[in-house]
Structure formats: structure tokens, C-alpha cells
Design a protein around this ligand. Sequence first.
Ligand SMILES: Cc1cc2nc3c(=O)[nH]c(=O)nc-3n(C[C@H](O)[C@H](O)[C@H](O)COP(=O)(O)OP(=O)(O)OC[C@H]3O[C@@H](n4cnc5c(N)ncnc54)[C@H](O)[C@@H]3O)c2cc1C
Length: 528
Amino acid sequence: MLREVDIRLTPEESGEERARAHAAARVLGVPFSRIRGVRLLKESIDARQRTIYKQLHCIVAVDESLPRPDPLPEPPRALPHGAPRVLIIGCGPAGLFAALRCLELGVKPVVLERGKDVSSRRFDLKPINCLGHVLPDSNYCFGEGGAGAFSDGKLFTRATKRGSVAEVYRLFVAYGASPSILTDAHPHIGSDKLPRIIRSMRSSIQAAGGEVNFGVRADRLLRSADGRRLLGVGTADGREWTAGAVILATGHSARDIYELLAREKVLMERKAFAVGVRIEHPQSLIDAAQYHLRPGSSRPPSLPAASYTLSATRQGRGVHSFCMCPGGFIVPAATQDDEVVVNGMSLSRRNSPLANSGFVVSVFPEDTDELLPQYGPLSGVAWQKRLEQATALAGGGMMKAPAQLATDFLAHRVSASLPRCGYRPGITAWDLRALLPPFVSAHLELGLRLFERNIPGFSGRHALLIGSETRTSSPIRIPRLDSSLQHPFLEGLFPCAEGAGYAGGIVSAALDGRRCATAAAAFVRPDH
Ligand SMILES: Cc1cc2nc3c(=O)[nH]c(=O)nc-3n(C[C@H](O)[C@H](O)[C@H](O)COP(=O)(O)OP(=O)(O)OC[C@H]3O[C@@H](n4cnc5c(N)ncnc54)[C@H](O)[C@@H]3O)c2cc1C
């Protein structure tokens, strides 16, 4: 018989097959000799008590063998001659997973990406970090792999209703991710491993007959004579690309795409987003709080760098942690020279001595009303950009970021000195209250006081605030019909993933890419 069981083991024991089998036998009340196999399905850390356990959800074979595990997805088969085409604008997680899905469905994906391939793109990160110079089409947000390529590579998502998260994880493993992401409750890849996976996905797309074009920036819409049907796009190099359907997966940093849609009078709606700062602590402080470590003792090697998720709502407005990166670095995620935007990343081993997280406050469309007369539905984008430019001025240039100790932020004073920080372009002491909108500062203050109860030291003398975290999610939604996933007034346009307001993270973007590809394939092949 096969039974699913939950067992608890210490972190040291949890990796040992024999210890798992003994624990399973105990839970099932059968002799150890009858256990023929134990397979891990999900693994999480239970650190609620002083003694830390690993919680393992397993399938156990009693008196019979375990069935073979499901095989990983095969690379897509070669396309038949004359397969219909779908244009995919953007080669982030949404674009890549949309392309793979198109191939599964016998449709040719033609991907257009403004940036470079992921290997060449890496060389453009150095000028941002060392010279403060951002190439407008090749940076932490633009290029093959999108904003996900040099990210933390956390794959946790709550978007479980948008498609099969397990299928997305299995695809990542098929293209080179560690199989541990299939069982880890908080899977993580790391920015040292992501580029190889992205390259392998692209090779597979090309081998099956799909196209991936780099250095092509969509800057025009090609529409039918009556304007109601999207036929394709024009690119900055003067070329025109047509297809039966266009999946727009350009991410939320592609402000020129929002401007293009506004000029073309394509309906867009304002939506809520969040802004604030990155907060950085010594990783040891987070470990001590989350793992109940005694003063002076360090995290045992069997435990990963600890993380946290914090949130609170007061007076109808939220303050929360966002994209927490244990053992990580803070990176300059601006897409233009006149902005400073911070975000976080980590390597697969998460072994930097610093932990960082977005620490942000919700912004509602009404908060940006002052810009409505001038910018219409793009008021949130303009508001975000204004804050990013003010942040750059406060930092003093060269991508330096304004920063303040949390204790000084609470005491309304500029920090006299700043600690070492994991943001490579450097930091400048600044009064962040003078930079951030007052309601953002007020809620950050609230968050600092509240979260201190969860993590002692969260707002203490080792906590550093770095401005500004602005690109948490899109301030825009491009509407689409639930039935067809097409824009209600522009047939053939499939607004997709983060830039269109339907995703927030790598996995939800990948899921939405797959959904849009399924809908686009049905549109170009109505007979199937
Ligand atoms: C530093 C950093 C760390 C992050 N860490 C994590 C994490 O750990 N976990 C997580 O889930 N999420 C993380 N994120 C967020 C995550 O990367 C995004 O949510 C995700 O990449 C969105 O996917 P997408 O495909 O919708 O858009 P994007 O990834 O933004 O991709 C859009 C693509 O479109 C291209 N493009 C834009 N305009 C045009 C145009 N006009 N023509 C052609 N191409 C165009 C861009 O170059 C880009 O490649 C991180 C983001 C950053 C910046």
C-alpha cells in the first residue's frame, strides 16, 4: 500500500533515508521492515519552537515498491511546416514560458526582445554598478530572462489558481534547476544558476523551430484599417513583424510601451502598487530571531539563511516586506540614468553576510490623482518615476542611493555614519522622510515599530534603509477579457504577466505566459 504521511525530523536527520523510513513506520504504526520506500513530496522548516524541525510530507510504500516518479517534460518537438505564428514581445519569464507553451501546441513563437542574450547582458551590469551608467535596453530589467535573470530566483508563489505551479517547477528542473525545487516549500534558484537555465530554454525553443530575436525593441502597433485588430508590431530598427496574435509580455519597467499604448488610445486602467525602501540587516540578526539562537551562537550548517515575511494593515493601508533576499545583495534596478531604483538578489548558496528585503507601503490610484490631468491612466507611472528621479538626486549621482539607519529614521535625523552595505554603487546619508511621500514615511515608521515585535532588532541600530524600492508591481492594468485573454477593444492583443498587471514574480509571470500562449494558440488555430 501507498500512504501519504507527515513526519518531523531534526534538520540533521531529515536528509537520511533510514531516519525518514523509521519515522514513517512510527507514524503509520507498522514495523520498519515493511517500509520499502519513502519519497519526499514537500519539505519545510518548523522554527516556531526553540527546537527546530523539518516537516516532511512524504509518500511511503508499505510491502510494495514506490511507483516510478513522473518523468520530466521533454523538450518540445519540431514544428510542422507552415505552423501559424504568435508574436511574443519580451523574453522575461512570461515570454519564455509562453514560447515553450506555443511549441507544445504546435504554434511558432516569434520572440522579440529589446535587450541582449543573457550571456552578453551580464557584461552590461558592471557599468551600472561601477560607473552608474545604465544602458537603456540592457540592464537588470531588460534582456533575455527579463527582470528574473539576475534576480534572487525565489520561486514561491501564492498564484496557485492561475495554473499548475508544479508544471512550472518541473520545466525549470527539465532545463537544469536542482530537483530540490520540486520539494522545497520555499524553492530558490539563485542568480548564478538562472542564466544557464534561461539559455537552455532558448536553445530548446530555437531547436524546435521557434525564433528568439535580440536587440529588437517594439515601438509601433500595426493595426487593421478599422483599428480594431492588432496585426503585429514595428520595431525601432524599422522592421515590421506580423502574426495571428501578439502576446505583450514587456514587464512593468517598459514605460515606453505604456506610453505607446496611451498614444494609440488602447484602454489601460490604474491599479494599486507599493513603494518604499530596501531594509538591510546582518543575516546573523535574522537567523538569531528566526531560529531562536542563543546570543553569540551562529546558525547550524544544516539550516538555510533565515527569511521572513511581515505585513500589517492600518487605516486601510498596508506596509509589508517584499522579495526578501536572505544572504543576498542589493542591486541597482533602474532602466534609465536619471533614476535610482533598488531591488534584491542572491546567489544559490545565499552566503552573503547581509539580508535585505523590500519594505514597502501600498499606493492607491487616488494617491496619484494630482498627476491625473497631465498623465491620465499613466499617473501612477509618472508618480513612480518622479520618486525614482528624486532618489537619484538625493543619492548624489553615479547610481548612489540615499540611506539612513532605521534608528535615525525613527528619530528624524540624518545618520552621522552608515554601516557597510550590500549595494555596490554606494550609499549617501540622507533624510529619507524628506524624499518619500509623507504617507509612505508614516507607514514605514509604523512598520518599523510593529515588526520589531516579530524580529527583535528589525528597527534597531543594525537596520539600514536604502531608497527607493519602487518597482514592486505595475501601476497599470491592461484589461483583457476573461473568456479569451484578449484586450476588449483590440482583437489579437494578449496583455500578459507583470507589465499588464496579471503577475508579480517569476512563477506567476511564467504561469500567465503559459495561459496567454494557450489562449493565443486557440485564437490562431480555431480548428484545434
Ligand atoms: C533584481 C530583481 C530581483 C527579483 N527577484 C525575484 C525573485 O527572487 N522572485 C520572483 O518571483 N521575482 C523576482 N523579481 C521579479 C521578477 O523578476 C518579475 O516579476 C518577473 O521577471 C516578471 O516577468 P515578466 O516576464 O512579466 O516581465 P520581465 O521579466 O520584466 O520581462 C519583460 C521583458 O520584456 C522586454 N521588453 C520590454 N520592452 C520591450 C519592447 N518594447 N520590445 C521588446 N522587448 C521588450 C524586456 O527587456 C524584458 O526582457 C525580481 C526582480 C528584480 C529586478
